[in-house]
Design a protein around this ligand. Structure first.
Ligand code: ATP
Ligand code: MG
Length: 330
């Protein structure tokens, strides 16, 4: 796809670190789909980022393809955006090194994702996990992206990328536009156990392509407002994760029904979850169907990856020519 100069450039990415879940969809992918018409969108499966925690190299290729296929099934039409794999464009790592010299160590040390993930991966606290936000800044700046649609957990990394961008521009002259975050209706979905955000790397998620009976069985034990011990106890929808899911998947009349019913104990959590499962299923059904179609056509998925890498290599090379010149490298 050629760049349309009148459209804003959008970049975002997803790690091939496990099963794509409804948190990824509500926080990121659905907003990506919503920007396809108005923007020049580039979306990436960020395999280099996924190497920052323990992973199985034997399964990497399969995970990359699967992540891409699920995203296509979720509505990222390859005819309307550019889809590619991060490591297929080596300039990401080249720009990362240069941005390393513009990034503050003290700023990196404040990143909560590093703190969380290093707590969970004590046996492998590697430098890549620490400098993850610099690679993310390179991903965005390489394509001179202006908008970055992400979930709330990436706000801190994006602020960091903006700082790196400002440092580069002030040191070497105006080169990159300052990227801005773009959030959707749901910015952070908690895991089904209600303890931490829903994450691919934690066993607390509801897969985006779950079958109807799996949706029901995963929602059944999902944590709700802890104050609702008995059905007759009134609850507070705002603190309930199921309410957040309704916000993502249910029409306004169902939202009102769920809020009112919860506050007055007119409905129980079981009914509330049942309505959610129906609405969720409605939205996810066409995705499961598209996924099955794409799975039957691996050649098409390959060609999407190859076309995406080709376009991105051209864009990246153009940026790097400028960057090398400005930094005095060539
Ligand atoms: P991992 O556990 O490996 O970090 P993840 O589930 O956090 O995986 P990422 O690939 O890191 O997923 O993030 C992809 C996108 O999904 C990002 O824009 C991120 O902000 C968004 N996202 C991830 N989890 C959630 C969530 N629970 N709620 C809303 N958005 C989310
Ligand atoms: Mg994550």
């Amino acid at each position: 796809m050629a760049k349309d100069e009148t459209k804003k450039r959008v970049f975002s990415g997803i790690q091939p670190s496990g099963i794509v879940h409804i948190g990824n969809y509500l926080g990121a992918i659905r907003n990506w789909v919503g920007m396809l018409q108005e923007c020049d969108c580039i979306f990436c499966v960020v395999d280099l980022h996924a190497m920052t925690v323990q992973y199985d190299p034997e399964r990497m290729q399969e995970n990359v393809r699967e992540t891409l296929t699920v995203n296509m099934a979720a509505g990222l039409d390859p005819e309307k955006c550019t889809l590619f794999v991060q490591s297929h464009v080596p300039e990401h790592t080249e720009l990362t090194w240069i941005l390393n010299t513009c990034a503050s160590h003290a700023d990196l040390a404040r990143m909560t994702q590093f703190k969380d993930k290093s707590r969970r991966n004590r046996e492998n606290i590697n430098c890549g996990l620490f400098t993850y936000p610099i690679l993310m800044a390179a991903d965005i700046l390489l394509y001179r992206a202006e908008l970055v649609p992400v979930g709330e957990d990436q706000t801190q990394h994006l602020e960091f990328a903006r700082e790196v961008c400002r440092t580069f521009n002030s040191r070497y002259g105006e080169t990159f536009p300052e990227p801005k975050p773009r959030f959707g209706k749901v910015t952070r979905l908690m895991g089904l156990d209600g303890k931490a955000k829903m994450s691919k790397s934690m066993n607390n998620y509801l897969p985006l392509l779950a079958e109807p009976d799996e949706i029901v069985s995963l929602l059944r034990p999902a944590v709700t407002d802890p104050a609702r011990v008995k059905r007759s106890d009134p609850g507070t929808p705002e603190i309930c994760n199921i309410h957040t899911m309704h916000l993502g998947f249910s029409p306004p009349e169902d939202m009102a029904w769920c809020e009112q019913g919860c506050r007055t104990a007119g409905i129980g959590c079981v009914e509330c979850k049942k309505r959610l499962a129906d609405n969720m299923n409605e939205e996810l059904k066409p995705m499961r169907e598209r996924y099955n179609q794409y799975k039957k056509n691996p050649g098409y998925v390959n060609s999407v990856m190859e076309d995406g890498a080709k376009r991105c290599r051209e864009l990246a090379e153009e940026t790097m020519r400028t960057v090398r010149k400005k930094t005095g490298l060539r």
